[in-house]
Write a protein that binds this ligand. Structure first.
Ligand SMILES: [Zn+2]
Length: 224
């Protein structure tokens, strides 16, 4: 059972888009397609893989703005957390803020603890609210796709519609307590000193993981 992760950098906000390939079946998923659907399609072709699905870490526009264009090339299902889908569909502030884009009508929802399958590769959904209410991380055997919950030596903003600094603290605590520390983190933006890092090294250097308690975290997050 093995897989590979191919990462590209896109757009004005230094977004990462990741392609996960299941080696046995040569099936692939794209995480958070944004900014350049044609380039993502070229990458898939060059890898010689079959796109099976699109998986979203959250619904912010800078992670989803190439979703529709990519789906005109590849008619594949899209998955996101049901909490994120409900927030975007039911809270007017979400779309009015322009931070979120509408999601496809046929999007499929998942929830905390669900297991998604790609060939022989499995990804476990970890609901990590805080940056947005429905943000998730995708835990693989030795890697985790984190979206904007955690960056290398940073973490996501908690001042947007649906954000909660208290929940972000709980989510980061949950990651440190439940995710194996050898796991390599693949984040939603290239904001750190390196593209990836292990959770073990982040526990030592990420200032947001070093806050003593919720109160200190919230103060630190909202003033940085
Ligand atoms: Zn975001």
């Amino acid at each position: 059972m093995s897989y590979s992760i191919h990462t590209e950098l896109f757009g004005p906000y230094q977004n990462f888009s990741h392609i996960l390939v299941d080696e046995a079946s040569q099936k692939a998923v794209v995480f958070d397609p944004a900014w350049d659907a044609d380039y993502i399609a070229q990458r898939l072709q060059k890898l010689g893989v079959t796109l099976e699905a699109i998986w979203l870490t959250h619904g912010h526009h800078d992670h989803t703005n190439a979703l529709d264009a990519l789906r005109t090339i590849y008619n594949v299902p899209v998955y996101a957390s049901q909490i994120e889908i409900d927030f975007i569909n039911n809270v007017p502030e979400a779309i009015n803020s322009k931070v979120f884009l509408p999601l496809p009508n046929d999007i499929q929802g998942f929830k905390d603890g669900d297991i998604l399958q790609l060939g022989e590769t499995t990804a476990k959904i970890i609901h990590t609210p805080g940056h947005s209410s429905g943000s998730v991380c995708f835990l693989l055997t030795d890697d985790m796709i984190t979206g904007d919950t955690i960056f290398i030596d940073g973490c996501g903003r908690a001042d947007l519609p649906g954000s909660s600094p208290n929940e972000l603290f709980e989510s980061l605590t949950k990651i440190v307590k439940t995710v194996p520390h050898h796991v390599t983190l693949h984040t939603g933006h290239a904001y750190g000193p390196s593209d990836t890092a292990t959770l073990e090294s982040q526990i030592k250097t990420n200032p947001y993981l070093k806050r003593a308690n919720r109160h200190e975290f919230v103060d630190y997050r909202m003033s940085n």
